[in-house]
Design a binder for this molecule. Sequence first.
Ligand code: NAD
Length: 296
Amino acid sequence: MAQVGFIGLGNMGGPMAANLIRAGHSVTVFDLSQAACQQLADAGAQVATSAGEAVVGAEYVISMLPAGKHVASVYLGDDGLLARLGPETTVLDCSTIDAATSREVGQAAAALGIGFMDAPVSGGVAAAAAGTLAFMCGGEAATFEKARVILSGMGKNIFHAGPAGAGQVAKGCNNMLLAIHMIGTCEALEMGVRNGLDPAVLSEIMLASSGRNWSLEVYNPYPGVMEKAPASNGYKPGFMVDLMAKDLGLAMDIASQSGVDNRMGQLARELYTRLQEAGMGQQDFSSVLTLLEQKN
Ligand code: NAD
């Protein structure tokens, strides 16, 4: 079992670190929030007083931080973690951040002979707690193989997408598509309902037809169709509008840097930004249906 340093114990990082302890690893944690550290201490982690202290002797360093600026400040520069680590350590950044920062940290790690992967996740807080996350990894094949044993303590589907940054690109592609098919599903259901159809019956028809997709199958956005979906529980998340808007912003950067014409993605971003402006940032992302209901 491995010695792990874990930085960032928020909604996602907390349960992920707890699962590594359950899997038998020795985990030393650090977060700026003392309350978050205390929760992990109760779960059996050693708590460090700084990120630097958390990675002493670590075979694996894992981070789960809000954005690129946090990841850059934790790893880069004279005071950053990379300066303290050697080639015996493998670094896995599971945060969802811009691909450019992942590549920058990956290059800085490679120059020091340290294996680095960006390994953003799909699945949300429930999957983090259940240990069923999907990991999309960007890094060297050898680093990916080394990381498997650790990632399998936190997730079920582990993919090697390509070199450093490729995990972030895969996540951007997936979440842009998710936003688009969620909005499309809402439009189809709303159109059916306004023309007298029962949304449950229409959902059944589309599920057995070529409109079938994940939003319709496991996350129906129409209230009352699927008992456990956020739509039937006042759009309590789930996956928040704020997080979808963040991910769409990252996806737009990837698209513009690579010259892709992604007008559906841009429209999806506009709609999610509008939801945020309407004060619905903390609602589930399937609440985009309510925007369609407002137009007469
Ligand atoms: P969060 O805000 O709950 O947690 C982030 C944690 O990082 C906080 O506890 C904060 O104190 C800590 N932190 C910030 N800077 C730090 C530093 N310099 N040193 C140590 N700790 C520091 O966020 P979250 O929901 O856990 O999300 C983390 C990442 O996972 C984000 O990139 C997010 O986009 C991604 N993600 C979230 C979800 C989700 O459903 N919440 C799903 C998939 C991916």
